[in-house]
Design a binder for this molecule. Structure first.
Ligand code: SAM
Length: 221
């Protein structure tokens, strides 16, 4: 399924406070800012949780006109909502929406693109304004993250916004943290950005960057 893009409003925007000036910024905007430094026209990106399409639109704007975004969601309503947005613009060749779990990323993303994906976004939890019982699940999230880390390009980035404040979200966030902890530190650099509220239930952003290939790193040592 291919479509074009449209402007979109703000998605979930948990706040972050910088200690020095107490300036409030959004974790979602922080994720976008991190990706902007890396994702350019002609690149390939994945939105692992399309939802209302705000992140999909952001990614597609970064890679247009010659790049491509693949978007995943298990809810037809999310795909439809995003299609409605993208029909209004004119970058239809830049996007493929896939009605499937992000856990199927390996088989759904063309094999020739594995190792060439520059940015992958996860925004966990439920679709705002929709059925709150349909949430991302720890097992499929971890499966997708493992695939994502494998198909990511060297110097590519994964951002993951986690919401421990809803039922199931706490366990999922803990497991994502553990998953990050077992990554090869020579190949991946991880930053965790916490929201303003210094409590366990506050949203947080995981930023995972893939460094130089390990083999090259060791050979040059
Ligand atoms: N990025 C979205 C935006 O900009 O509006 C918000 C995403 S919303 C917080 C989370 C989405 O993840 C929901 O639409 C939900 O259907 C989707 N989701 C849940 N489990 C999934 C899975 N296994 N694979 C893909 N999407 C999934």
């Amino acid at each position: 399924m291919q479509a074009s893009l449209a402007l979109a409003g703000e998605a979930c925007t948990p706040a972050l406070t910088l200690k020095d000036d107490m300036k409030h910024i959004s974790l979602l905007n922080t994720a976008h800012d991190q990706i902007k430094n890396i994702l350019h026209p002609g690149d390939i990106a994945i939105d692992a949780t399309v939802g209302n399409g705000h992140d999909t639109v952001f990614l597609a704007k970064q890679i247009a006109p010659s790049g491509h975004v693949y978007g995943f969601d298990i809810q037809q309503a999310a795909i439809d909502s995003t299609l409605e947005k993208i029909r209004q613009a004119h970058i239809s060749d830049c996007l493929t929406l896939i009605h499937a779990s992000h856990a199927d990323m390996s088989e759904k993303i063309p094999a020739e693109l594995h190792g060439k994906i520059k940015a992958i976004m996860f925004n966990l939890g439920y679709l705002p304004g929709s059925d709150k019982s349909v949430i991302t699940q720890t097992d499929s999230t971890l499966t997708a993250l493992t695939v994502a880390a494998g198909i990511l390009a060297t110097n590519g980035i994964i951002t993951l916004l986690a919401y421990p404040g809803h039922p199931g979200g706490d366990q999922e966030t803990d497991q994502v943290k553990n998953w990050c902890g077992q990554l090869d530190a020579q190949q991946f650099k991880i930053n965790t950005i916490y929201s303003t509220e210094h409590k366990d239930t506050a949203p947080r952003l995981f930023v995972i960057r893939k460094w130089q290939d390990c083999t090259i790193y060791r050979n040059s040592a």
